[in-house]
Ligand binder design. Structure first.
Ligand code: KG4
Ligand code: ZN
Length: 336
């Protein structure tokens, strides 16, 4: 079964071809470099770029996979959440391909796509042997979301809790801006600074771990960002980066462990852009050992391969009725 998946929820234009859950191509074209100057995505600019990129990205993905549009069995597309203009580019393109080639479409929630990044079984020829068993506790930490879910099976996802204010990735980005590291996407730069921190030169900075002991599955990172702002002149950038990163990791780990205490999952999946963070990966792996599954690094940040993998598991939702689905920027993991 060949799947063509389309992801355009933010500033990436990505198209992937899969054979079931085996990824044959995953082309990602990003306009994020344009937003360093503006300090954030300008939605109209992002969607105009997506209009420009989408046909070459499709061509490249089909060519790399060696698959033609006629051979595709199913089209999967991100319908939300995300930026309206960006989602519209992908959804309209999927509808257009469906009408021209007479193919059914599976509408996919971007956040569910992130969860399914852990279910990919082969990536461009590299075999992935993730041992995933239900029930699963899923932690999704991205630029827009921080959510804990219980995945009982492929059809039942229960929302446990999420962010009250800034998402985990958003906190990384805002702290990077405070520290003068980056104006837009700062996660990897904070991580690099933290890696370079020399503990022998530590001045002993301690940042708060917001809501770490609260009796729920909620997260709040905006106070942590303010705490960084207050000390930003008094400590070295590498010490602040190290302590900030540790604070985020401590909170995410403790809340995930709390979900495990209550729901006793067989597997823990951590996904979304922040799951690319080395300290987060190392800390979770040493704590949960074989129980924790991380997506490949290439599948942590936004990409169409994860949407294709979700398309495979949600193939029962396939439709040729193009009025049945539309771009919906406000989709979430609540009320699925
Ligand atoms: O999942 P994603 O690509 O987009 C959304 O759906 O939001 O996540 C992007 C977020 C950004 O906030 C970025 O700074 C963060 O993921 N990120 C990281 C790392 N790589 C990306 N945060 C911490 N450490 C990283 N290595
Ligand atoms: Zn995402």
């Amino acid at each position: 079964m060949y799947i063509l998946a389309i992801e355009t929820s933010c500033d990436e234009t990505s198209i992937s071809v899969l054979n079931e859950t085996n990824v044959l191509s995953n082309t990602v074209s990003s306009s994020s470099n344009l937003f360093e100057e503006t300090g954030g995505v300008v939605p109209e600019v992002a969607s105009r770029k997506q209009l420009e990129y989408i046909i070459p990205v499709l061509q490249k993905s089909l060519d790399t996979a060696g698959v033609s549009m006629e051979q595709i069995d199913l089209i999967g597309v991100t319908v939300g959440p995300g930026l309206m203009g960006s989602l519209l580019v992908g959804v309209s393109f999927a509808k257009c391909l469906s009408a021209i080639y007479n193919k059914p479409v599976v509408p996919v929630n971007h956040l569910i796509g992130h969860i399914y990044s852990g279910f990919v079984t082969n990536y461009l020829g590299e075999k992935i042997n993730n041992d995933i068993q239900f029930p699963i506790v899923g932690l999704l930490v991205s630029g827009g979301h921080t959510d804990l879910v219980l995945i009982k099976n492929h059809k039942e996802i229960v929302y446990l809790g999420g962010k009250r204010d800034d998402a985990g990735g958003e906190a990384f980005d805002k702290v990077a801006r405070i520290l003068g590291l980056s104006n837009y996407l700062g996660g990897p730069l904070i991580s690099k600074q933290a890696e370079g921190f020399n503990k022998n030169l530590a001045k002993g900075l301690h940042l708060p771990r917001p809501l770490i002991n609260s009796d729920d599955f909620e997260f709040s990172f905006s106070g942590l960002k303010t705490a960084v702002l207050k000390v930003s002149k008094d400590y070295d950038v590498s010490e602040i980066s190290y302590e900030f990163e540790q604070s985020v990791v401590d909170v995410l780990l403790q809340k995930t462990q709390k979900a495990c205490d209550v729901y006793k999952p067989k597997t823990v999946i951590v996904c979304g852009g922040v799951s690319a963070n080395t300290r987060l990966r190392d800390t979770f792996k040493s704590h949960f050992e074989k129980k924790v599954v991380f997506p490949l690094l290439a599948l942590c940040t936004d990409n169409a391969a994860m949407i294709g993998c979700a398309t495979y598991y949600y193939k029962d939702n396939a439709t040729k009725d193009l009025d049945k689905f539309n771009a919906d920027p406000s989709l979430s993991l609540q009320n699925l």
